[in-house]
Design a protein around this ligand. Structure first.
Ligand code: MLT
Length: 262
């Protein structure tokens, strides 16, 4: 069911279904909460599942010109308070994982477990920061071009034709405002390295990597999976940056197995 809560006088959109321990799902850049629809249907048999539209995405407004990971983590904390819950399992895809790590840094005691899906605790390197700044310039005048180029490489199209999913995400991306797109790009470019959050994680961590992910190399995730004391690393063969769309059944099985074991 679609609902809203208020963060600093702005209405933030979320959905909530099922009963049990709370799982909060955080989508990636240019996506929105509906990206999780299949995952939600699967998890609601066992959990209370909440998916949020992060600021500037889906039906949630922009909260300024830069959406830092810390700002978005505070929005998630407000959601937790609004739900009257003390703790959650946090699941973040890519940019959603950067937000989850920022939340984990500030609010470690509010986490049952942390799942990072094709996400990464390192900051952008110098080249990536330059690329983000160029992307911001492009989005200002030609956002359509940016979206058309940015979405297809998220999938491993060598194995399977993902045209339907690609078009679905392109639509979400085209629906994301220019301000929302730039605020997220700026926030990701300026984000801090958070490997220390993994190193000292007092809760179980799941890292799901796509073997063919062109955005977050699997090698980085192999290295980062060594940091937490209690970490499960799952490498999905032949999968790109979108495991929950590229192999839904495998993704759901891995996530459910981890969450149930916590
Ligand atoms: C995402 O899918 O959220 C982004 O591709 C992450 C990024 O650009 O670092």
């Amino acid at each position: 069911m679609q609902k809203t809560f208020t963060y600093k006088n702005e209405e933030i959109s979320y959905s909530c279904q099922g009963k049990g321990a709370l799982v909060i799902l955080l989508h990636g850049f240019l996506e929105n909460k509906s990206i999780w629809n299949n995952t939600i249907s699967f998890l609601t048999n066992s959990f209370m599942v909440v998916a949020i539209d992060l600021p500037g995405h889906g039906s949630s407004p922009c909260l300024g010109y830069v959406h830092s990971m810390e700002l978005m983590a505070d929005v998630v904390n407000e959601l937790l308070k609004h739900l009257n819950k003390r703790k959650c399992h946090l699941v973040g895809h890519s940019m959603g994982g950067y937000v989850a790590l920022a939340f984990a840094e500030k609010y470690a005691d509010k986490i049952y477990s942390l799942s990072l899906i094709c996400s990464n605790a390192r900051a952008d390197n110098k080249q990536k920061k330059i690329d983000r700044t160029k992307a911001i310039q492009l989005v200002k005048t030609k956002k359509n071009l940016f979206v058309e180029a940015a979405i297809p490489p998220l999938f491993n199209t060598e194995q399977k034709n993902h045209m339907r999913a690609i078009n679905k995400i392109k639509k979400m991306a085209h629906d994301t405002s220019i301000q929302g797109t730039i605020a997220a790009l700026s926030g990701m470019r300026d984000r801090y390295e958070r490997e220390i959050v993994l190193k000292f994680a007092p809760y179980p961590v799941l890292i799901i990597a796509g073997e063919k992910d062109a955005i977050i190399p699997v090698q980085w995730l192999k290295e980062q999976s060594e940091l937490p004391e209690n970490c499960v690393l799952e490498i999905m063969e032949d999968i790109g940056h979108m495991p929950f769309l590229e192999d839904r059944i495998m993704f759901e099985t891995l996530l459910m197995r981890f969450l149930k074991g916590v």
